[in-house]
Design a protein around this ligand. Structure first.
Ligand code: PMP
Length: 394
């Protein structure tokens, strides 16, 4: 039988990706057991009806044919306007390439910026597709660890060492961060920008949680001096507008990247469906306060989590400033994140992702997706603390 490409077979490796918990929880649900499911980063609300109306109106109006190219001018203009509002960085429709989800943008960005055999860095803990996305482009994916003792914020010496040792051509960062909920401070973004300029790196900045930042306005490294020409910002309607299934994302980048990703588009997707693009345009032209409405429950639940965790000395919360998650440090129980997650599922019927599934420096942690109703979340967090205390005493 002919063999499969070595490149694509390298996307997945054999390490446990943490989905074991998810599937075990599914099995238990099938047996009729009620599970508090804190595994998946997906809203507990659906796409707004007005946006769905815009989608069907567009489809019924005939926008169901090929929508070839970088995206409609109207949508790229609306994305540019939103970017200006959020980041104050001058942006035009020409700087925008529409993709199939933020995931499509992550792949296109790496494909555009790296040649086969180049090294691409990514920070750890990481969103689990990162390694495979980089490998699928033919580049080497090299992790740069961030650590609990630094609040999971990248440190200059770690980045500098990784760049010098590998001759990397790009760095992928994600703030607000999945899985930690950490938002990088301006000094960190500036340090990263200075390094990218000094070492001539592309910065691929995953900003899909830019509407979910709790304690300050969103900051994009693209706005820092000298960075617009070497930054690819990744955005998406998934999180900001509860449109995960519509698969509508984008990248904002200098002209050579837009041109290259448009060429890639022609040999992969051809472009996002026209009626989805029209629905996204409509959603972006609605009152921006609607984005805050979608984000608000996650801030409220982050606050609930911090309140429940306050004063706990076994289970500790990593200071979270955004996204849909809190990251809990369970190391004082003596268990790994994975062991703790299985015990939690067995004893309290709570499913949460072990930190190990987000890379080495996530070990001994648990990611809590703030995606269930407030009172259930509060109860689940209390039970997590009970389990932590019981384990620490045993
Ligand atoms: N980046 C991060 C950090 C994410 O958490 C996700 C989705 N969970 C994505 C990118 C991809 O989002 P989408 O393709 O739905 O836009």
């Amino acid at each position: 039988m002919p063999r499969i490409s070595s490149l694509l077979s390298s996307i997945n490796d054999t390490s446990d990706d943490g989905w074991g918990i998810f599937y075990k929880a599914l099995e238990m649900k099938d047996q009729g057991i009620e599970i508090a499911d804190l595994t998946i980063g997906e809203h507990d609300v659906k796409t707004r009806p007005s946006v769905l109306d815009a989608m069907t109106d567009s489809a019924k109006g005939g926008h169901t044919g090929y929508a070839v190219g970088p995206g409609t001018l109207a949508l790229r203009g609306a994305i540019a306007q939103r970017t200006i509002q959020k980041t104050n960085v001058p942006t035009s429709a020409d700087d925008v390439m529409v993709t199939i989800g933020g995931q499509g943008a992550l792949y296109a960005a790496h494909k555009a910026c790296l040649s086969p055999g180049d090294t691409a860095l990514y920070t750890v803990p990481y969103y689990p597709t990162y390694r495979g996305t980089i490998r699928a482009t033919g580049a080497h994916a090299v992790p740069v660890l961030t650590h609990a003792e630094h609040g999971f914020v990248p440190q200059e010496n770690d980045l500098r060492r990784a760049i010098d040792e590998t001759g990397a051509k790009s760095l992928l960062i994600n703030s607000p961060n999945n899985p930690t909920g950490v938002v990088y401070p301006l000094e960190t973004l500036q340090m990263i920008a200075d390094l990218c300029i000094e070492k001539d790196l592309w910065l691929i900045s995953d900003e899909v949680y830019d509407s979910m930042v709790w304690d300050q306005p969103h900051m994009s490294p693209r706005g820092l001096e000298g960075m617009a020409e070497r930054t690819v910002s990744i955005g998406s309607m998934s999180k900001s507008h509860a449109m995960t299934g519509s698969r509508l994302g984008w990248l904002i980048a200098p002209p050579n990247v837009i041109e290259a990703t448009n060429a890639l588009n022609m040999v992969t997707t051809f472009g996002a469906p026209g009626y989805i693009q029209d629905a996204a345009t409509y959603a972006l032209q609605e009152d921006p306060a609607k984005e805050d409405e979608i984000a608000e429950p996650f801030k409220r639940r982050r606050d609930i989590a911090l309140r429940v965790l306050e004063g706990q000395n076994v289970i500790q919360a990593v200071p979270s400033g955004g996204a849909m998650y809190v990251f809990l440090d369970v190391r004082a129980t003596g268990l790994s994140g994975t062991e703790f997650a299985y015990k939690l599922l067995e004893k309290h019927h709570i499913a949460a992702m072990p930190g190990e599934s987000f890379g080495a420096s996530g070990a001994g942690h648990l990611r809590i997706a703030l995606t269930i109703e407030d009172s259930l979340l509060e109860k689940a967090l209390q039970n997590i603390c009970h389990l932590g205390n019981a384990l620490a005493q045993s």
